[in-house]
Design a protein around this ligand. Structure first.
Ligand SMILES: Cc1cc2nc3c(=O)[nH]c(=O)nc-3n(C[C@H](O)[C@H](O)[C@H](O)COP(=O)(O)O)c2cc1C
Ligand code: SF4
Ligand code: SF4
Length: 264
């Protein structure tokens, strides 16, 4: 395989970007990080290797960090990362990636933020449709440039602002890990027991002994369960009530389930 893109996605932004690049880079395979973690596939060999994932608390999603730490590379491929987000430049995902990669004698050659739409519903409501469309237009232009740069193995770095503050903020989040899912609730009057929340969870953190979800305190706060529930039965604290759920318009529910766990 010439190119491999490792993808992590909750609401489809990162999967959309991964697919866009796959279309423009011949001989490219997308692999899903939760599935690779589950199957223990950590040996990689390719000419170019990309990592596309969301910004979580100004740095890496917890499972992306775990995956990177366990990867074993053959040779020195061209490595690149595209981090999708609501607000670019505030954060340190590439610094943190390079810290992990340097232990393996590797380094990112291409680093890009890609601004799409924030899915962090506890902070604020999903952007209006007109704003989503404008962001999508700019994102597509940027992805075309990224594809050209990657195809030429070009070096590209980017701003990463307030690095020390971002490290503290990110670490505080990680320390709260065992209690993250205490804020989830399910309105059993709205729940139809469809099981989507359980199927989409990349940590197998949701059980449904009586049909509706019960969280098991091993959550990475990806928010896939919150956004995917078709009846909006799931909330994260009172603040998400009534806020619009989000999924990238090019990505189907089945694609997201595939991205987290192989369909049964
Ligand atoms: C736990 C969590 C933390 C987030 N933190 C940030 C952040 O610090 N900065 C930001 O711009 N977006 C943040 N976001 C928004 C996502 O990075 C953004 O919506 C991303 O494009 C989602 O990608 P996906 O659809 O592939 O999951 C956060 C989202 C989640 C769920
Ligand atoms: S996705 Fe929503 S409706 Fe389906 S089982 Fe989960 S909480 Fe219930
Ligand atoms: S419980 Fe929900 S937010 Fe937590 S890891 Fe699973 S899908 Fe993601």
């Amino acid at each position: 395989m010439k190119n491999i893109i490792y993808c992590y996605t909750a609401t489809g932004n990162s999967l959309y970007a991964a697919r866009f690049l796959r279309e423009r880079l011949p001989d490219t395979e997308i692999r899903y990080i939760p599935e690779e973690l589950m199957n223990g596939r950590f040996e990689i060999s390719a000419e170019r290797i990309g990592f596309i994932f969301p910004l979580h608390y100004l740095s890496l999603p917890m499972q992306v960090e775990e995956f990177l730490a366990r990867l074993n590379f053959t040779g020195t491929p061209y490595l690149f990362a595209v981090v999708t987000c609501g607000v670019p430049y505030w954060g340190r995902p590439f610094i943190d990636m390079n810290e992990i990669l340097s232990r393996k004698g590797q380094r990112l050659q291409g680093e890009w933020f890609l601004r799409l739409v924030s899915n962090y519903l506890p902070y604020r409501d999903t952007a209006a449709q007109w704003r989503i469309k404008i962001r999508a237009w700019f994102a597509e232009r940027k992805l075309k440039d990224i594809a050209e740069s990657v195809a030429q193995n070009e070096s590209h770095s980017t701003w990463q602002l307030l690095k020390d503050m971002c490290r503290r903020y990110h670490n505080e989040w990680r320390e709260r890990r065992k209690t993250i899912d205490e804020k989830f609730s399910c309105d059993i009057n709205k729940c139809t027991s469809c099981g989507l929340c359980e199927r989409v969870c990349p940590k197998k953190n949701i059980l449904r002994p009586e049909g509706h979800p019960v969280w098991q305190h091993d959550c990475v706060e990806c928010l896939a369960c919150l956004h995917i529930c078709p009846t909006q039965a799931i909330d994260y604290g009172g603040v998400t009530r009534g806020r619009r759920r989000y999924r990238h318009s090019d990505i189907k529910i089945a694609d997201l389930i595939r991205a987290w766990r192989k369909s049964k």
